[in-house]
Structures are given as C-alpha cells and as structure tokens.
Design a binder for this molecule. Sequence first.
Ligand code: FES
Length: 162
Amino acid sequence: MNTEKSLDDVQTNDDDDSFSRRGFVKVAIGGMACVYAGAIGYPVYRYLASPVEEAIAEASVKEVDLPGADKLPKGSTLMFMFGPHPAMLIHFADDTWSSLTAVCTHLGCTLHYLPPAPRIVCGCHGGQYDPHSGENLAGPPPRPLKKYTVKIVPGKVMVSRA
Ligand code: FES
C-alpha cells in the first residue's frame, strides 16, 4: 500500500515536471519570437519611417547661416548641410552666386561641382545639372535640383528656401 502511494506521488511529480517543462518551452519560444520580431521589425520600421523623419527634419530648417562664406573666392564651391541633406554654395567667376541641394534627384547620390565646369555631374550614373538653375540636363535624373535663395551679408552668407 505504501508503495502504491509512492507511485502516485511519482506520477504526480512527473505530471508537474512535464507541465512546468512545457510551460517553460512555451515561454522560451514566445520570448524568442518577440526577439526575432523586434530584430526584423525595427529595421523595417526605420526603413519606412526614415523618409518621413527626414522630411520633417528638412521642413523644420528654413535658413542656414554660413559664417565667413562671404569670403569664398570666385570660382569655388562650399559644401554644407541644409538640414539633413548636403547642399552646395557656388561663387561663380562672374561674381554671381548659386546654392542648390547636392542630392541627385535620380537615386540620391551626393553631387559635386568643380568650377568652372559647365555642369554639376553625378558620379553614380552620369546625371548632369546646370549649376546656375539646377535644371537637369542629361542622364537619368528626372527632376531639377532644389534651388535656395542666397543673401550675402558682411561676415556670412545666408541660404534659405526659395
Ligand atoms: S544617382 Fe545621380 S544619376 Fe543616378
């Protein structure tokens, strides 16, 4: 009789062990699923949200002051950041100025300009733009560059949205 009771106890303990093991495995699998969902979901969220966040950051910047840029020699270019995006200030040999976004409208490569070249050229796929107006002249870019307003004041250049 005493032996039977012991067997019942053993079976009950086995059931408890089995239940707790099953419960542990469920919790572990649930935890791993949450970790994997986060590992996959966060980059997807960042990818989808980044254009919106960049647009908000860009919209919040209306003007950029460039201290000392009024001394930029004729025939040279200054790269700077207009909000989250690179931009360029060009001082032409004829003493005119231009400021444009330096982001290619094709796939977003950063543009460079070396005066007195007649065109801004994209190194990625050969897109070309007019350095005065920002018009797209050749290659795959579908749109002109965004042009900024330039104001020269003593000690700095102020670049603002047109
Ligand atoms: S990214 Fe500039 S031409 Fe393609």
